[in-house]
Design a protein around this ligand. Structure first.
Ligand SMILES: Nc1ncnc2c1ncn2[C@@H]1O[C@H](COP(=O)(O)OP(=O)(O)OP(=O)(O)O)[C@@H](O)[C@H]1O
Ligand SMILES: [Mg+2]
Length: 232
């Protein structure tokens, strides 16, 4: 059984080992899959991120014709309280500046700051996920703190939470911590995993292409398993 830190390290290495052409192919395939989902088509205000360290790139999705009228927002580290994110409007070509983690952010100056409930859809990067839409992030708790209001204020407007990832970032089962906010959907280059469907007792929706592996995630699983290797 691997510790969470070891699992993060392995999954990040696997993601970073993808070649630039695999990265491009995955991002385009993800765009084709997610770009026809109602939750994407209906969303007007979309939070996304600039991919770093092998994260799947959401930009091909945002370049689809059906995304032309959508407004984009990028996360920035909040100065206070620390450990949370704001979302700033961003247009292609607007200048970005690296934050203390080396992640490009819009400048705060002259920008309207949004809180997550102003968004319709939030595309969230992740290090690992399971078929029940549990998320393992970088370990800073930024998305969990930013979205913690969803636990207390269920009737507030909530963005749909969509994790986007390479299929090789999936593990059999993650054990969520009490503060972890689960995702509504995870989209990869080959499949969509929807939490709602699992709660109803059925399997996640299969798309026309599948990963070629059946998920054997079990609700009672409590061990952190080996990640599925990226290169097959
Ligand atoms: N709502 C919260 N309030 C206070 N602390 C929190 C909250 N959510 C998470 N944390 C803290 O953040 C730390 C990291 O959380 P976790 O391991 O879930 O990070 P993560 O989800 O992988 O990170 P990220 O979202 O930044 O990618 C935890 O030690 C936890 O104590
Ligand atoms: Mg978490």
């Amino acid at each position: 059984m691997a510790s969470t830190g070891v699992l993060r390290h392995r999954l990040q290495s696997a993601r970073s080992a993808l070649s630039p052409s695999e990265q491009r192919r995955h991002a385009r395939a993800l765009a084709r899959l997610l770009g026809r989902q109602a939750l994407f088509l209906r969303a007007r205000r979309v939070g996304l991120y600039r991919s770093t360290h092998g994260e799947i790139d959401p930009l091909p999705l945002m370049r689809l014709p059906q995304a032309r009228r959508k407004l984009r927002f990028l996360p920035v580290l909040r100065p206070y309280p620390r450990g949370r994110l704001w979302f700033l409007s961003h247009r292609p070509g607007d200048p970005l500046i690296d934050n203390r983690f080396g992640i490009p952010e819009p400048r705060l100056r002259n920008r309207r700051v949004r809180l997550p409930w102003a968004l319709d859809l939030l595309l969230i990067p992740l290090v690992g996920f399971d078929a029940r839409c549990n998320r393992l992030g970088m370990g800073g708790g930024y998305y969990d703190r930013t979205l913690a209001y969803l636990r207390r204020r269920r009737r507030w407007h909530r963005p749909r939470l969509v994790g986007i990832a390479h299929e090789c970032q999936r593990v059999e089962a993650l054990t969520p911590n009490p503060w972890d906010i689960p995702l509504d959907l995870v989209a990869t280059e080959t499949r969509l995993y929807a939490r709602k469907d699992l709660q109803a007792g059925s399997h996640p929706p299969e798309t026309s292409r599948t990963a070629g592996r059946e998920s054997t995630a079990h609700p009672a699983a409590s061990v952190i398993p080996e990640p599925i290797p990226c290169k097959r």
